[in-house]
Design a protein around this ligand. Structure first.
Ligand SMILES: [Zn+2]
Ligand SMILES: [Zn+2]
Length: 333
């Protein structure tokens, strides 16, 4: 399944997994009337290479936006779970790939239009898409990052790092003695120790995944807050912004708050108060229009054409293992 992606790839299940990135834009403002027959987005100077460029979303997109608005009118959870449909429990993390919205965010970062990205997703897709950790906080950890409990050294892997067997051992489903590195976390009740050792000091490595009951890493959260305090504007994609403390980034930033997510959120009033934007619907569709407005047609076409080469790199960097894992946020024990 295409789990927990930046915006358009959001899927059902737990709130945390449906949460997406909150990004910092430099000097961006726009006006969008969600669900209106005509939707205009004007992008102010400072973001666009062509300042004050405007885009009118008409034709087929009117229909798309009306559909998005209709979805939003359902309010509350729109997930498969909320609709009484089955939600897949397992995911092959190495098989997940960045969506259009991930790619758009990465491109805006590389062009200096987005200063910093904060994500609640632990799928590592923003880093895979090319955003360096100097400009990225995955505040709920990443299934591809482990760190040394002694010296703090961090290791970003191409494979999923949590100890696959831990939940089964802790639940008594596997025979034989439990490996000594597997220990129940007092916070979330799951195991964080990966069984590997630090290449620098030999200390035991642990995963970075934050489950319910765990604290957040200060070294990851602090840069996110610092970036938010310095932000000119904030773009929130595919998130209800209901999980703290990371949702504070949208409150402490001082510029317009631009939100695209299918359902109503507690922060919607903040969009209005800050002169921002509230768009309902698919984040990939939203970012397609935003990228065209920001880059212009020729530049956007060239960039979109380049994405297939990136996809080939992902396949070579992150080969799939065929192993299905339980949802890291819904650990059962
Ligand atoms: Zn170490
Ligand atoms: Zn824990």
């Amino acid at each position: 399944m295409a789990a927990a992606a930046a915006g358009g790839g959001t899927t059902g299940a737990a709130t945390l997994r449906a949460a997406g990135p909150v990004c910092r834009l430099r000097s961006c403002s726009a006006e969008i009337a969600p669900g209106a027959a005509r939707v205009d987005a004007s992008v102010a100077q400072g973001v666009s290479a062509a300042p004050d460029s405007a885009v009118a979303w008409e034709g087929g997109e009117q229909r798309l936006l009306r559909q998005a608005a209709a979805t939003a009118e359902k309010r509350g959870k729109w997930t498969l779970e909320a609709q009484g449909e089955a939600t897949p429990y397992t995911t092959e993390y190495e098989a997940l790939r960045p969506t259009y919205a991930h790619e758009a965010v990465a491109e805006l970062v590389s062009r200096g239009m987005l200063a910093y990205v904060v994500t609640q997703n632990a799928d590592g897709l923003h880093h895979l898409s090319g955003i360096p950790y100097s400009k990225l906080s995955d505040v709920h950890g990443s299934a591809f990052t482990e760190y040394c409990s002694k010296c703090g050294e961090r290791y970003v892997r191409e494979t999923y790092v949590p100890e696959d067997r831990a939940e089964d051992f802790l639940a008594g489903r596997l025979p034989g003695p439990m490996p000594p590195h597997i220990k129940r976390c007092p916070g979330c009740g799951s195991n964080h120790w990966t069984g590997r050792s630090c290449e620098k000091c030999g200390g035991a490595l642990r995963d970075t995944v934050v489950s319910f009951g765990d604290g957040l890493e200060e070294c990851v959260l602090s840069p996110a807050f610092e970036a938010a305090e310095a932000a000119d504007a904030c773009l929130s994609l595919g998130s209800t912004m209901s999980i703290g403390p990371s949702n504070q980034v949208v409150i402490i930033q001082k510029g317009p708050l631009i939100v695209c997510v299918r359902q109503d959120t507690e922060m919607d009033r903040l969009c209005k108060r800050t002169g921002g934007v509230r768009a309902y619907g698919d984040c990939d569709a939203f970012m397609r229009r935003l990228m065209r407005a920001l880059l212009g047609d020729a530049d956007c076409d060239a960039w979109e054409d380049s994405l297939s080469r990136k996809a080939e790199i992902y396949d070579s960097k992150r080969p799939t293992s065929g192993k299905k894992r339980g949802d890291i946020f819904v650990k059962k024990f």
